[in-house]
Design a protein around this ligand. Structure first.
Ligand code: PEP
Ligand code: CO
Length: 446
């Protein structure tokens, strides 16, 4: 038990980046006090379990697959949607486990990923200027003054939408859907039309044979029937994550029980800022995004502040350098952190450093750039003898046309066909599987 209660409000005196301008502070207060009385979405013990898994990643014994939408929406919290996202994640995990021969820690960008940092506070269309969309937790996507005005009631909807999504995810992953004998079923609607689907089917047949063999040996471990799945989001809106922080009765320590893992974005990781301060007080496993301009001093200072006891699994660095920069920017960072003796897990976000605008005006990414950043990430770690610990991606289970390239290629002219993201462009199912096969190859050869 800790002797003194931990101050969970010390961040309030510090500058907090990317917070909405709530028009009515008393309405915010009412919502916050309601949130404070609601049950936890996850248990502290589950957060600790994920911390153990991430400690194994930091030791080089496991690999993280973290992914989901850039921005979840309230309308998207349907059974079909959640199932299709999970299905794609499970297929990717199978490819990585089987072809990469490594245990996969599965973490969704789901059940809470409702708030977005923006590079501009407002958006101008046809001479009209309105607040930028900051995610369904804050305001609406429609370009009207009503929709774009921040509304604290949305924090409550975000909580309930997270609860629904997490309930579905728990049911799908524990209730038979994730059983290894379903490896073919996950692919059924997909095989014929895509090269990635056919490649997956071949692998699934091999897994079937292995399972039949195990079955004949009377081996049927529990691990074949359910999967461990964890939730995560960028804890951006501090009033929300603070309101969902609870003191764990077992240990007397505070956990943000809105998700198993939370991370700090590239735009809010200021050392003297409110986000870093708040994160230093909670005991969840946490991530910090690091862009190409991060100095080794920045990284070491973040380690001092966020993981002073060097607890394994506590801190994950999620690097997002861009394909053209990863080979120059990452080595010094990894090298200096490694030399300091800090135990961190390194994972690669090959999405956020590779966004560009197509002639049609769509924000997009090339799958080739995504693959190239991942390859660079593996090369850097291999050269330094450190462990490439995972990937963090934006994807969806639907056949959207938001990123270009892939085995079933999408070209820039196709982007308008099915461009549905509320924020950044996501890999579709086939591009996600292409990526998983490539990462498995890289892992095997590293
Ligand atoms: C994101 O993960 O959607 C995001 C905004 O990333 P970053 O903080 O790395 O820019
Ligand atoms: Co994004």
């Amino acid at each position: 038990m800790s002797a003194e209660p931990i101050n969970l409000d010390s961040w309030r005196d510090l500058p907090a980046a990317q917070q909405p301008d709530w028009p009515d502070p008393s309405a915010l207060e009412r919502v916050v006090s309601e949130l404070q009385g609601l049950p936890p979405l996850v248990f502290a013990g589950e957060c600790d379990e994920l911390k153990d898994r991430l400690a194994a990643v930091a030791r080089g014994e496991a690999f993280v697959l973290q992914g989901g939408d850039c921005a979840e929406t309230f309308a998207g919290a349907t059974a079909d949607n959640v199932r299709d996202k999970l299905k794609t994640l499970l297929q990717m995990a199978i490819v990585l486990t089987y072809a990469g021969r490594v245990p996969i820690v599965k973490i969704g960008r789901v059940a809470g990923q409702f708030a977005k940092p923006r590079s501009k506070a407002t958006e101008v269309r046809g001479g009209v200027e309105l607040p930028a969309y900051r995610g369904d937790m804050v305001n609406g996507f429609d370009f009207t003054p009503e929709a774009r005005t921040p509304d604290p009631a949305r924090l409550l909807r975000a909580y309930h939408s997270s609860a629904v999504t997490l309930n579905l995810a728990r049911a799908f992953t524990k209730g038979g859907y994730a059983d290894l004998r379903q490896v073919h079923a996950w692919n059924q609607d997909f095989v014929a039309e895509s090269p990635a689907g056919r490649r997956y089917e071949k692998l699934a047949r091999e897994i079937d044979q292995a399972l039949a063999f195990m079955h004949a040996c009377r081996a049927d471990p529990e691990e074949f029937h359910t999967v461990e799945f964890y939730s995560s989001h960028e804890a951006l809106i501090l009033d929300y994550d603070r309101a969902l922080t609870r003191v764990d009765s077992r240990t007397g320590l505070p956990y943000d029980v809105s998700a198993h893992m939370v991370w700090i974005g590239e735009r809010s990781r200021q050392l003297d800022g409110a986000h870093v301060e708040f994160f230093s007080r909670i005991r969840n496993p946490i991530g910090v995004k690091l862009g190409h301009s991060t100095t080794p001093e920045d990284a070491l200072a973040l380690i001092d502040k966020l993981n002073p006891d060097n607890e394994p699994g506590r801190l994950t660095f999620i690097t997002r350098m861009g394909a053209s920069r990863v080979r120059d920017a990452l080595p010094t960072l990894v090298d200096k952190v490694q030399a300091s003796g800090a135990k961190v897990a390194w994972i690669c976000d090959p999405m956020h450093g590779n966004t560009f605008e197509a002639p049609s005006g769509h924000k997009t990414r090339r799958l080739d750039d995504v693959l190239d950043e991942v390859a660079g990430f593996f090369e850097v770690h291999q050269a330094l003898g450190t462990h490439p610990g995972g990937i963090h991606i934006e994807f969806t289970g639907d056949d959207v046309t938001e990123c270009v390239g892939g085995g079933h290629p999408i070209v820039e002219e196709d982007l308008a066909l099915r461009y549905e993201t509320a924020c950044d462009p996501r890999l579709n199912r086939s591009q996600s599987l292409d990526l998983a096969f490539r990462v498995a190859e890289l892992y095997r050869s590293s």
